[in-house]
Design a protein around this ligand. Structure first.
Ligand code: PLP
Length: 403
């Protein structure tokens, strides 16, 4: 009998959002006339902006000509995009990142799930709790997480760093020193973030202990406060301890186009091995490049029109975030996030996260995401997203206010 990767069999239940979709489908089947408003999944709703569409159309036309046809893309990314990202995301912010330290990919989910391959099977990983589920699940598949306790939702070998209202959503340094530390800032799901000084402490910690930080910057475009870093490379010493993952999904609506990048400085070495070179090797073997037309579309995000138009989209979503924050506060809820992120994290009124999910679906026909789905410390919280339309967001809040 062919042996299978038994680590997969350890994964509990289905992916959080599949469970939610199933519950909503069942509810819809039982109540076909009910209009459900979805403020659950973090998918965007606005169409791609004109600058991106123009770049796509131009690239598509090129592909139909002998001179403009592009076959396999360079597996690490086209230099036009690697240079643009290095300059716009890093050099323009005073950070030292070179174009060949930017690896273009098909999105932050793949990269944040695949990056664990660079670390040994016995590497100890640390995650903030609650957390974007991909970091933990991909390490389960990699065999690093030990055994799962169904009752507590805790993996025996994972270092959890709770982020709750009690500690202001600021993770404390763990008792056990981890080898790999996942930080997503601004955070999904809590919508909270760290200041540059707070992040600097983590960079210093990682350098002092030889840990590597995987920094997921998917929500960077939503930062509105001046003391919040847009990249971990704003911190001194990050080149020797950090990997940054970027996405085009939330800043420019590429959730269906697929484009992202991982930045690994050449100074990042562990036991003499260059993580930059290892990722280049991995990418070269397992990835055949993001499509030319999509990389041209990504380049257009950084054009003056692209910046203006995507900035307007982010502002549109952040207006929803404001509506949700203020509406929930008025209705008596305690809320967090929504200032530097498109997520609002609310305290459930004395009930479990899943009970509140059912309550909101039954009574307001609004779908959100139960906090406990993101980790044990998410119990008693609930996430709403700002990615709906203004109309739906307002309607959802009116319904919640009436409860
Ligand atoms: N990282 C975080 C923290 C996310 O919340 C998401 C999507 O919701 C992703 C990565 C996935 O991004 P992408 O669409 O680029 O794969």
């Amino acid at each position: 009998m062919t042996p299978v990767n038994e680590n997969y069999l350890k994964l509990p239940g289905s992916y959080l959002f599949s469970t939610i979709a199933k519950k909503v489908d069942e509810y819809k089947a039982a109540h076909p006339d009910t209009e459900i408003i979805r403020l659950g999944i973090g998918d965007v709703t606005l169409p791609l902006c004109p600058a991106v569409i123009e770049a796509l159309q131009k690239a598509v036309a090129e592909m139909g000509t002998a001179e403009g046809f592009h076959g396999y893309a360079p597996d690490l990314g086209y230099s036009f995009l690697r240079e643009t990202m290095a300059n716009e995301d890093y050099v323009a912010r005073g950070c030292h990142i070179e174009p060949d330290e930017v690896f273009i990919s098909d999105g932050a989910k793949s990269d944040s799930g695949n990056i664990q391959e660079l670390f040994a099977e016995n590497a100890v990983i640390a995650v903030t709790d609650p957390v974007y589920p991909v970091y933990v699940d991909s390490n389960v598949m990699g065999g690093r997480t030990g055994t799962y306790d169904e009752k507590t939702g805790v993996w025996s070998d994972v270092v959890y760093m709770p982020c709750t209202a009690e500690n202001g959503f600021i993770p404390a340094f763990p008792d056990r020193v981890p080898d790999v530390i996942y930080l997503c800032l601004p955070n999904n799901p809590t919508g909270t973030t760290l200041t540059k000084d707070q992040l600097q402490e983590w960079v210093d910690y990682a350098n002092d202990h030889g840990s590597v930080i995987i920094f997921d910057a998917a929500y960077e475009a939503y930062i509105s406060e001046p003391d919040v870093p847009h990249t971990i490379f704003e911190c001194k010493g990050a080149r020797t301890c950090a990997i940054e993952i970027r996405s085009f999904s939330k800043n420019a609506g590429f959730t269906g186009l697929r484009l992202g990048a991982t930045v690994i400085p050449k100074d990042l070495k562990r036991n003499g091995a260059s993580l930059h070179d290892m990722w280049a090797r991995r990418h070269g073997t397992k990835f055949n490049g993001a499509p030319y037309i999509v990389q041209r579309a990504g380049e257009a995000v950084y054009s003056p029109e692209g910046k203006k138009q995507t900035g307007e989209q982010v502002a549109y979503y952040m207006e929803n975030a404001r509506l949700i924050r203020e509406g929930l506060e008025k209705a008596g809820y305690t809320v967090y996030g929504g200032v530097n992120a498109p997520y609002i994290w609310l305290k459930t009124p004395g009930v479990s996260s899943w009970d509140f999910f059912d309550y909101l679906l039954d009574n307001a026909h609004v779908v959100g995401t139960p906090g406990s789905g993101f980790g044990p410390a998410g119990e008693g919280y609930f996430r709403l997203t700002a990615f709906g339309t203004h109309e739906n967001t307002r309607a959802a809040l009116e319904r919640i206010a009436k409860l």
